[in-house]
Write a protein that binds this ligand. Structure first.
Ligand SMILES: O=C(O)CCC(=O)C(=O)O
Length: 407
């Protein structure tokens, strides 16, 4: 297959695709994907309908069984088809459509063509920008000063909230102090002054800025009370649509939750810094996720295997933590998929069904804008946004690959 690398006014370069396309097609062919190969080859000669057909075929392959059983080559073939389709949209001046399909390539495709997808997005974003404009009446902020009443908040928090032991708060915490008193001791802490230098601390409360850098990008969101409820589902919408949704108070809660947004949107990645604390233990950063939603979004009680720094960039969150040593008393779900989530709904505790919970000790806090919370591996956490809230989580492992050092 020959695909042009020439960059004209309405094109973008795809050097990796150009180098790898015959290898991808051979591999797809060896797994029986002859129709895909035919369509992708036609698409490269200028047939836009063939590009759409190849895109659909690869999409079907991604949905042909459980995600882990999808052959990696089909994920690369999907990215390839996204690039082919985007090229036609771009030629026709349909920049938003081109961005949507390229984002789908980033979200659902393989790693091989990420560089091409990223650079195409950079070029097309620059062309697509300009829409949107400012809202009438001046700056549109995610969270206004004074939007928060503690008395009102106490009424919506789980029983016993903020009446017992609070998470310790430290300022000027050295890496050595963090390692000794928290990382090795398996003890949560709020670091109150670790992120003032992040550009995000100045920029992300400004909705016009967010729309400018990310408005046309497609992101996955969770819709419904939380992931344990039956009516819960996931949707793909543009960042602008998401911002509109969370600014209108009506409707079902929409949460951009646990999404690697910063692998997808370079400008937002450039606004944050990896905290030095994340190199404690000499391990690797495993993932960097965004958590963005309106007041009232809840992440139910669960635990994760990694060390976690949850950085609160905009707004406030209530967080309750139970020690990893209390796992047996926290009624974990029995199904393998949900083993790390508790059956207890902290917002509506059934004391008859879950009698052990009442007397369990916990730590809690209101995590304020500009603060970072260290959550040791396997510590149970429940999180409720008290205002519109945008946080970033950094998960990392120990040197050994295992994350578990806490009690
Ligand atoms: O902020 C949230 O809603 C949940 C965060 C969380 O569960 C995590 O960082 O592991």
């Amino acid at each position: 297959m020959s695909s042009s690398t020439a960059v004209t006014d309405d094109q973008f370069a795809t050097p990796t695709l150009d180098a790898e396309s015959s290898g991808i097609l051979q591999s797809v062919s060896s797994h029986g994907g002859y129709a895909y190969v035919r369509m992708a080859t036609l698409a490269a000669t200028g047939d836009s309908r063939a590009a759409e057909a190849a895109h659909e075929m690869a999409w079907e392959q991604l949905h042909s069984g459980p995600w882990h059983s999808v052959l990696p080559v089909w994920r690369d073939a999907y990215s390839m088809a996204c690039l082919l389709v985007a090229r036609f949209h771009c030629r026709d001046g349909e920049y938003k459509e081109a961005l949507r399909v390229l984002d789908m390539g980033l979200i659902m495709g393989g790693m091989l063509l990420r560089g091409d997808l990223d650079s195409a997005i950079q070029i097309i974003s620059a062309k697509s920008r300009g829409g949107g404009g400012e809202r009438e009446g001046g700056k549109w902020r995610l969270v206004e000063d004074g939007e928060f009443s503690k008395a009102e908040v106490l009424r919506v928090l789980p029983v016993k909230s903020l009446t017992g032991k609070l998470v310790a708060k430290r300022s000027g915490l050295s890496l050595e102090g963090f390692l000794r008193d928290h990382f090795l001791a398996g003890s949560p802490v709020i670091i109150s002054d670790g992120m003032a230098h992040w550009p995000a601390s100045r920029k992300w409360n400004d909705v016009d800025y967010l729309r400018r850098v990310a408005g046309d990008r497609t992101v996955p969101v969770e819709v419904g009370k939380n992931y344990l409820c039956q009516e819960w589902k996931q949707e793909l919408i543009t960042f602008s649509q998401f911002l509109e949704r969370i600014s209108s108070s009506s409707g079902v809660p929409t949460y951009l939750a646990q999404h690697p947004l910063f692998d997808q949107i370079t400008q937002l990645r450039n606004d944050i810094c990896i905290p030095d604390y994340c190199c404690a233990g000499g391990g690797e950063l495993r993932s960097l996720n965004a958590w963005f939603g309106p007041a009232g979004t809840v992440t139910p009680l669960h635990h994760d295997p990694h060390h976690n720094i949850l950085a609160q960039v905009v707004g406030k969150k209530y967080i309750r933590l139970y020690s990893a040593s209390l796992s047996d008393e926290l009624y974990p779900h029995k199904e393998t998929m949900l083993y790390n989530s508790s059956q207890v709904d902290l917002d509506n505790i059934d004391e008859k069904q879950f009698p052990k919970l009442h007397d369990l000790e916990f730590l809690d806090c209101i995590l304020e804008e500009g603060e970072m919370l260290y959550i040791p591996p396997k510590w149970w956490h429940y999180v409720r946004s008290l205002t519109t809230s945008l946080s970033v989580s950094f998960w990392w492992n120990n040197d050994s690959g295992s994350s578990s050092m806490s009690s």
